[in-house]
Design a protein around this ligand. Sequence first.
Ligand code: HSE
Length: 406
Amino acid sequence: MQGVYNKIGLFGFGCVGHGLYQVLQAAQDAPFLIHKVCIRDATKERPVHDLEFTTDKESLLYDPAIKIIVELTSDPDAALEIVTTALRNGKSVVSANKKMIAEHLPLLQRLQEQYGTSLLYEASSAASIPIIRNLESYFNRDNILCIQGILNGSTNYILHRMFTEQCTYAAAFAEALQSGFLEADSDNDILGYDSRFKLSILSAHAFGRYISPEQIWCRGIQGITKEDAHFAQRHGYVIKLIAGAKRSAIGIHADVAPHCIPVGEPLAGVHYADNGIQLESAFAGLQFFKGTGAGGIATGSAVWSDISAVSEGYRYRYAKKQVALPVGIPDVARGPEEEPPLLQDTLLRVYIRYTGGSFIPEELFEEIEEVFTRGATSYCIGTAQISALQHTNILQDDRVCILVLP
Ligand code: HSE
């Protein structure tokens, strides 16, 4: 190979690592070279033969020829050690590890400032959709009022296959697994944790406010059945797992839950493993982004873009912390350095369906609009505070489905 290359030390060669390799192969003139790949299992057969594989992580982290570390492992603890060591060693870092980033963002921000290094992680939040770069660079002077989206490709794929294409859950799940969309621990996808990590990261860039994953109320797609899909269809909705954060006059609220989205709205048209994000900002108004939300090549493309950006000295500024808010926007009064308060509770309009002996206490609701019972199945529609939903144990029951209504 001829020419001057930025040497990359790559950690992990799973679905995304291989996707990045394929993207780099296709982009023949890219001035980047995967110098070494650190993997956990040296005995595993690899689909490529022109890369140097090693299990010695130090040989990447301490190699002065490697200027860029790309972390694409599936282990958040290993990822944290790799990323923090690399930042302390003065290397630029690209990562896609949403759990690690969401749980340690304040530390990662501090290390970047302390060591003058840069960590980019576009692929962590909506795979191929360039949302973090847009929030950072384009919307840095606008006031984001709401960000909500479909951030998990697997659950969107499963919901779409089951309820639009009448596939069984088992078959839809197997397809998502086969395509490499699902996490090794699929509970991360199904129970909504993956969406929660991504929302935590996006909130930091949208609002300049770090919201840890545990502070985000979260409900996944467990418990949703054909009956619920029929309810949604009869009312002109489709069911989507939505992660959203909203800023009001009193603070920011964030949650993850399955929603009924009216057919015709942009988020209702996000199918299969795609992701979609709707932004509302004070001046630019409503914006909608849609793109492939999972899979090796699409996610690899975001990693590649970050590699290119970091090699040109780009870094996140977490700019919302420094800008004063535009005048005339309904908002809490705050100085440029103050963070808007986090609101743990909010009132939701919900559909709760229960089958075969589960029981929904009426006190849960602030107001009940409708109660329906047929055979062993009943549902209630009404408004409830998140705190009330949390304090009952009905949500632990898999025979119960909860959907947020418009
Ligand atoms: N399991 C994730 C998803 C992979 O389904 O969206 C991409 O982050």
